[in-house]
Design a protein around this ligand. Structure first.
Ligand code: NAP
Length: 336
């Protein structure tokens, strides 16, 4: 890998930005310089990287001078405004927001699934939605082995998938509820403490925007518009890691035993599947881990070729920051 990267993190003070910094440090990602960018609200704040203080700067169109690799995670509107400038200044941008994911000439990449798409980038690579990433990591080996006709997925998404401040609000709401004080939701549309809720804007068809991201992004990543995808996305009062119940109808038969074997040999996946010993992935155990965990692998006996899976991953790591860093690492490996 190369030391030539001059990195900027846009949204460095946020949940994804913080995780990007941690993972760059953990993996000893090689770079010559690191610029931390956020809004005027946190300009001047000091963050620590490898025990060194770095001052957060306000994002402006001049921020990309002297930078050649940008990890962007400050929301879709910020990406739309600033990414063209970064690309114009010769940067490679890996964007965690939804701003450009469905653009035809922007690769939407999960390294275990479609790294070949990343090579065709024009200065921008999009990271998929967190709930899509963990699902396609788990399903790609099955897709390759027996084909997939239809996916029915229900998610149980943690509040850190919304933002760092949503985590703090769940703490506040939970404390208020336990102390018998009234709960006044701020970031969430509903009470989130001790509740299971719908947390995304709805489209005209009645699906939420998050549900449509799972449908459209899955087809784009697998390059297969024939796959039927039905998603129901749900927010649960969990701090970190998204869980998903996935029912998949395959073209050809794959037994539960064969699926277990196949997935345990596939990149980025840990199979944890021994229900008799109460071993299956749980959000509290998967938080902080890099892999996508799969358990409760069962044949769905209600159809001819069906499987049920329980898939859990850390939304801030594999669902966002880690996936972005893996893309950069693998591009380095490829270009050597
Ligand atoms: N959280 C996840 O699991 C996850 C997963 C996949 C993708 N994403 C996407 O990643 C993005 C960030 O998510 P997050 O959870 O990290 O949100 P967050 O915790 O709310 O952080 C937002 C970051 O954006 C910065 N920001 C906001 N307005 C800005 C502006 N006008 N100029 C420059 N910086 C600005 C904030 O800086 P200040 O501190 O100055 O406000 C903060 O650093 C979102 O688009 C989200 O959809 C998140």
């Amino acid at each position: 890998m190369s030391e030539h990267h001059r990195v900027a993190i846009v949204g460095a003070t946020g949940a994804v930005g913080n995780t990007l910094m941690s993972i760059l440090e953990e993996r000893a990602f090689p770079f010559a310089s690191l610029k931390l960018l956020a809004s005027h609200r946190s300009a001047g704040e000091i963050l620590t990287f490898k025990d060194q203080p770095i001052m957060v700067e306000e994002l402006t169109h001049n921020s990309f001078d002297g930078v050649n690799l940008v990890f962007s995670s400050a929301g879709s509107s910020i990406s739309k405004e600033f990414i063209p400038t970064a690309i114009g200044k010769g940067c490679l941008v890996i964007d965690n927001t939804s701003a450009f994911r469905m653009d035809a000439d922007t690769p939407l990449v999960v390294p275990e699934v479609n790294m070949d798409a990343a090579i065709r980038h024009n200065g921008l690579i999009a990271n998929p939605n967190c709930s899509t990433i963990q699902m396609v990591v788990a399903l790609k080996p099955i897709y390759d082995r027996v084909g997939i006709k239809r996916i029915v997925v229900s998610t149980y998404q943690s509040v850190s998938g919304k933002s760092g401040s949503a985590v703090l609000e769940l703490v506040d709401q939970t404390t208020a509820a336990l102390e018998g004080r009234p709960i006044e939701p701020d970031k969430f549309p509903h009470q989130m403490a001790f509740n299971v809720a719908f947390d995304w804007p709805f489209t005209d068809g009645g699906d939420s925007e998050e549900e449509m991201k799972m449908v459209n992004e899955t087809r784009k990543i697998l390059e297969d518009d024939t796959i039927a995808v039905s998603a129901t996305t749900v927010r649960v009062p969990v701090f970190f890691a998204h869980s998903e119940s996935i029912n998949v109808e395959t073209e050809d038969k794959l037994s539960a035993d064969d699926a277990r074997q196949l997935l345990s040999e596939s990149p980025g996946i840990v199979v944890m599947d021994d229900p008799a010993s109460r071993k299956y992935p749980l959000a509290v155990d998967v938080a902080g881990r890099d892999e996508v965990f799969v358990g409760r692998i069962r044949e769905d006996r209600s159809i001819e070729n069906g499987l049920n899976l329980w898939v859990v991953a850390d939304n801030l790591r594999k669902g966002a920051a880690l996936n972005a860093i893996q893309i950069a690492e693998m591009l380095d490996g490829i270009s050597v």
